[in-house]
Design a protein around this ligand. Structure first.
Ligand code: FMN
Length: 195
């Protein structure tokens, strides 16, 4: 896998039904478990789901979970409260693991879409019920996995240099007065036409 997967990954919501090879599932799970986690707590559990009834159930667990019902498989990510050393951080840990799954899948030509579950209590309760999770396991997200149906259209370029800040926050007004102070003869052209 290279950084290329980061730039070419896109959510896939229609699948062609081909099963995902077991070795690729294992690659995704290994990638997930290599994610960073707070205090290295690794409190994650992964449920590989290919049971059609469960997939259909999960596709109704959240308002936009429809793709799960069209996928040959899904991975449900959950966190084990009993293994949390930094309990407030579990969702960040699970998000890092989820992203690794998406990228590992992409490296094998496999499509995914992340279905958000936590922190919505209703969605968490629905997934827990469908999956039979005990109280100590907190569902985080469901990832639909499968080979894309049709062409995958790459995302638009998203890099926006104006979202990048160097050092402390500087408000726009402050930035212009700093510039005026530095260049006293300068007319006010910031945001307008350059002299
Ligand atoms: C926390 C989170 C929750 C999401 N939930 C859903 C969802 O419920 N249904 C869905 O189809 N896509 C869901 N997505 C996928 C986003 O819609 C998608 O990542 C976003 O539109 C950007 O498109 P891209 O993934 O193709 O770059 C979710 C993504 C994240 C990170």
């Amino acid at each position: 896998m290279t950084v290329e997967e980061i730039f070419t990954r896109t959510s896939v919501r229609s699948f062609d039904g081909r099963p995902v090879p077991e070795e690729d599932v294992e690659l995704m799970l290994k990638a997930a478990m290599h994610a960073p986690s707070a205090m290295n707590q690794q409190c994650w559990e992964f449920f590989v789901v290919d049971d059609v009834g469960l997939l259909q159930g999960l596709s109704r667990a959240a308002p936009y979970a429809g793709p799960v019902g069209r996928a040959p498989m899904a991975i449900v990510l959950a966190a084990d409260k009993g293994r949390m050393k930094a309990p407030k951080m579990w969702q960040q840990d699970l998000a890092a693991a989820a992203q690794n799954i998406l990228l590992a899948a992409k490296s094998r030509g496999i499509g995914t879409v992340w279905i958000g579950i936590a922190p919505h209590p209703d969605r968490m309760a629905a997934v827990s019920g469908i999956m039979g999770l005990p109280e100590g396991l907190k569902p985080f997200c469901v990832i639909a996995v499968g080979y894309p149906f049709g062409d995958v259209v790459p995302n638009e370029g998203r890099y926006k240099p104006e979202r990048v800040h160097r050092n402390r926050f500087v408000a726009k007004d402050e930035a212009s007065s700093l510039l005026r102070a530095a260049f006293p003869g300068m007319r006010s052209w910031i945001g307008g036409t350059a002299p």
